[in-house]
Design a protein around this ligand. Structure first.
Ligand code: AMP
Length: 249
């Protein structure tokens, strides 16, 4: 069984994101970049499926600048077998990524795509759902448990107020939630070994995909600073302030 694992290069989760001075986006120059944390969880799940003997090959894919090879290498060091970089320097919206992944699915014929539920830079939470829709495949989103057997994936999903378990006929798309697993750190020997694993580089046009954005970002702004709180001496004072200052009651 073959697994495709998309991994996105994003601003590292420890970095405080700053808006560019001209309000066109967020600053990424000289900022630490890493693999999207939910994608690390997806890679870990894929590697565990391989360790259990369920999967035989894991292909890690990233769409983005040449530097996204670093995130593919991280996936290779964690246990993926080979990588594909779909090189593109501009903005890639979820629909463009989903079309790119659809074209790679046609080429690679994986049985399962395991990806993150959401990228922490744009918080779209859309690519997995769009990919499943474009392929006409089943989807198990927000997965906190995945079992694969007999041509089916049983996925426990984190839904509002509880858990839902669905059975998907393969091929299917699964998106990883936070509690699915705890990703491993790549060991030094595995980092060294990953250097020798192959990464194929293609362009969106080679896959027949036009990645041009369909949305125009008008302006990006920092959220307003929170006002300092104040202590009140009594319930009466609180009610008075809520009524006359905040005007909420
Ligand atoms: P999003 O819909 O942007 O929140 O992203 C959801 C998931 O789609 C991510 O966790 C990745 O697994 C995948 N993804 C999104 N953008 C890319 C990209 N440029 N390259 C590879 N995978 C991506």
């Amino acid at each position: 069984m073959k697994l495709l694992v998309p991994v996105k290069r994003v601003v590292d989760y420890n970095v405080k994101v700053r808006v560019k001075a001209d309000n066109t986006g967020v600053e990424t120059a000289n900022v630490k970049m890493s693999m999207n944390p939910f994608d690390e969880i997806a890679v870990e799940e894929a590697v565990r499926l391989k360790e259990k003997g369920v999967a035989s090959e894991i292909v890690a894919v990233s769409a983005g600048p040449s530097a996204a090879q670093e995130q593919i290498r991280t996936a290779l060091a964690m246990g993926a077998d080979r990588g594909i970089l779909v090189e593109h320097d501009g903005v890639l919206e979820p629909l463009a990524v989903a079309k790119i992944l659809k074209a790679l699915v046609a080429k690679e014929a994986p049985d399962l795509v395991v990806m993150g539920k959401q990228a922490i830079d744009d918080d779209m939470n859309a690519t997995g759902q769009m990919l499943a829709a474009l392929l006409g495949w089943a989807q198990g989103t927000f997965a906190s448990r995945v079992e694969v057997a007999n041509g089916e994936a049983t996925v426990t999903r984190e839904v509002d107020g509880g858990l839902e378990t669905v059975t998907l006929k393969l091929p299917a798309v699964v998106t990883a939630d936070l509690r699915l697993n705890e990703p491993r750190y790549a060991s030094l020997p595995n980092i060294m070994k990953a250097r020798k694993k192959p990464i194929e580089v293609v362009k969106p046009a080679d896959l027949g995909v036009d990645p041009a954005p369909r949305l125009t970002v008008l302006r990006v702004e920092e959220p307003p600073k929170r006002q300092a709180g104040a202590k009140v001496a009594s319930v009466q004072e609180l009610v008075e302030k809520l009524r006359n200052e905040a005007k909420v009651i």
